[in-house]
Ligand binder design. Structure first.
Ligand SMILES: [Zn+2]
Length: 292
């Protein structure tokens, strides 16, 4: 058994190259997707090294783990993921790891939304919720590295301050827009929490995840709703194929308002390279489309 494990490890290393080892003293954290990677780097600073699994602009709902992901999990001191059914594939990776693993479900304690008889996993699309994620992550870092408590607390407070300023700024801008104009078409239903927080209605032909295709009936229903409610905002997403949205735009005559970042950040330096940039970009794009 032991020999087999060694052999598996040797093959993994040959296939993927040696994993990058953390600098001395850094705590090794694996995150499941880019939004958590960004939060952990913001909160953990140089006391942590982060290996992230689902890349930027990629879809975590239908992700297939790579052999290098198993190596990263096996080397990690802590694994942080969203939960709420978002990364169904991660439990197998943790279970198959050779030792007991510390993990943190970062959404723990949020007030979850149920849509279509399913829990909506996209809880990070909310300022209120992300503060709970921040408390969970920061609390766990302090718990595991109490010697750096002051450092982590300072980083958390600075980050919360930036978030609060952004939230106030965006909600001020939104307050000028009548509620009945705040309707948006997207491809999958990733913005329920943002909608609840800012009184915006999101309509999506694909439902909560991307493992199904929209039926002709779903599309016809959306086109009718667009006409009935005089919708002016229609957005593609960074993680999926724009074909469906372009067809809806053509059929309904509503122009595509650009791209919203739903389940992954953009490339570094892009419009949604960090969580804060993503929230700013998404809400500002919506405001522009409502005003058009
Ligand atoms: Zn999603």
């Amino acid at each position: 058994m032991f020999k087999l494990r060694l052999l598996q490890l040797a093959i993994l290393l040959l296939l993927n190259g040696f994993p990058i080892f953390a600098k001395d003293g850094q705590f090794k954290i694996v995150t499941s997707f880019t939004i958590l990677e960004d939060l952990v780097l913001e909160l953990g600073g140089d006391r942590v090294s982060v290996t992230n699994l689902v890349p930027r602009n990629s879809d975590a709902h239908i992700y297939s783990p790579k052999p290098s992901d198993a190596v990263a999990i096996s080397n990690a001191d802590l694994i942080i993921f969203n939960g709420l059914g978002f990364e169904g594939w991660i439990f197998r990776l943790i279970k198959d790891s050779d030792k007991e693993k510390n993990y943190l479900i970062s959404s723990d304690g949020i007030n979850s939304l149920n849509r279509f008889n399913e829990i909506d996993p996209h809880a990070w699309q909310s300022f209120k919720n992300i503060r709970i994620y921040i408390d969970n992550i920061s609390g766990e870092l302090i718990n595991l590295m109490p010697e750096h408590e002051q450092y982590f607390a300072l980083r958390r407070n600075n980050y919360l301050k930036k978030l609060f300023e952004l939230e106030m700024n965006l909600s001020n801008q939104l307050s000028n827009i009548p509620i009945k104009k705040r309707i948006v078409i997207t491809s999958h239903d990733a913005f329920g929490y943002l909608g609840r927080e800012f009184n915006i209605e999101f309509l999506a032909p694909l439902g909560l995840s991307l493992d199904a295709e929209a039926s002709a009936e779903d599309v016809a229903k959306i086109i009718n709703q667009i006409k009935e409610k005089k919708v002016t905002a229609l957005f593609m997403e960074n993680i999926n194929n724009p074909k469906l949205l372009k067809a809806i735009s053509k059929e309904s005559g509503v122009p595509v308002g650009g791209k919203l970042y739903s389940d992954a950040l953009s490339e570094i330096g892009g419009p949604a390279g960090t969580y804060i940039d993503m929230m700013r970009h998404n809400v500002k794009s919506l405001i522009e489309a409502f005003n058009s």
